[in-house]
Design a protein around this ligand. Structure first.
Ligand SMILES: Nc1nc2c(ncn2[C@@H]2O[C@H](COP(=O)(O)OP(=O)(O)OP(=O)(O)O)[C@@H](O)[C@H]2O)c(=O)[nH]1
Ligand SMILES: [Mg+2]
Length: 264
């Protein structure tokens, strides 16, 4: 997967004023699938959501960042095999006063990064709430449970095993989920998370298409059976009609023979 360009806006509400990067060339645009994949980042404040995106898109990291206001929107293009897939990414604010706004960004999200800070256990505990809220609105969403700041291993408060057990629990409830740890600071695993999201989304799309095709084939074969049954019925009717006609003809001929025999 390669990173091919992005455009970004920060607005606090609806993602207006989009600035298109110079890399948005026509040759690329022509290859981009219509309608990108919508990805949303949620999680507690200061867990590093904006930093993860800054690492992905600009390969940059800042030790001090202003908190996101409302939400920020950007698009990012990635190559998956021979295809270029556009991701429409919403980076939401984690602070309490914007909490109620988050569900506005869940609509039709194909995937969500639910980010926690591995050094703050409370940020991990609250992920369940975000996920419940997300899945309730978008049951098909692919959930990436992301433990950020793994460069701070010495201050770790959430073990990998604990997080993986939690994700197993989600899977057993039929939520498409995976767990990964990353560091926006060092860049470790950041691109892999989005690669995994894309792979999961593409394979889900393919599975859905295969399911639709097999349902279509099943419907066709049901229709063929119906047609065959109807054809069989028509043949049987034709055969009965011919038989009755032949019998009728026979009895008329017999009557004529009888009449001729008694010379009438
Ligand atoms: N050590 C370390 N610090 C990080 C990492 N990622 C982010 N930070 C720091 O954590 C703080 C919060 O990062 P943000 O990216 O603003 O967090 P956020 O989740 O977007 O926060 P809100 O916008 O308020 O929801 C910043 O000071 C970052 O420098 C990381 O991987 N390692
Ligand atoms: Mg932010």
């Amino acid at each position: 997967m390669g990173c091919l360009g992005s455009k970004k806006t920060q607005d606090g509400s609806d993602g207006g004023n989009v600035v298109v990067s110079s890399q948005n060339r026509k040759s690329l645009a022509e290859k981009i699938e219509q309608g990108g994949i919508k990805v949303v980042l949620v999680g507690d404040a200061f867990t590093g959501k904006t930093s993860i995106l800054n690492r992905l898109v600009y390969n940059q990291f800042a030790n001090a960042l202003p908190s996101t206001v409302g939400a920020s929107f950007l698009t990012h293009k990635c190559q998956v095999g021979s295809r270029i897939v556009r991701m429409d990414i919403w980076d939401t604010a984690g602070s309490e006063r914007y909490r109620a706004m988050a569900p506005m960004y869940y609509r039709q999200a194909a995937a969500a990064l639910v980010v926690y800070d591995i050094t703050q256990h409370a940020t991990f505990e609250i992920t369940e709430q975000w996920i419940d809220e997300l899945v309730e609105r978008e049951p098909e969403v692919i959930v990436a449970v992301v433990g950020n700041k793994c460069d701070l291993e010495e201050s770790r408060a959430v073990t990998t095993t604990e997080a993986e057990r939690f994700v197993q629990g989600l899977k057993s409830k039929n939520t498409a989920a995976f767990h990964m740890e990353c560091s926006a600071k060092s860049g470790q695993n950041v691109e892999n998370i989005f690669k995994e999201i894309l792979m999961n989304t593409v394979s889900r799309k393919l599975t859905n298409r295969i399911r639709e095709s097999s349902e279509w084939i099943e419907r066709m074969s049901d229709m063929m059976t119906d047609i065959q049954t109807s054809m069989g019925l028509v043949f049987r009717l034709q055969w009965t009609a011919k038989k009755e006609m032949a019998e009728g003809e026979l009895s008329v001929r017999n009557s004529i023979n009888c009449l001729q025999a008694i010379n009438i």
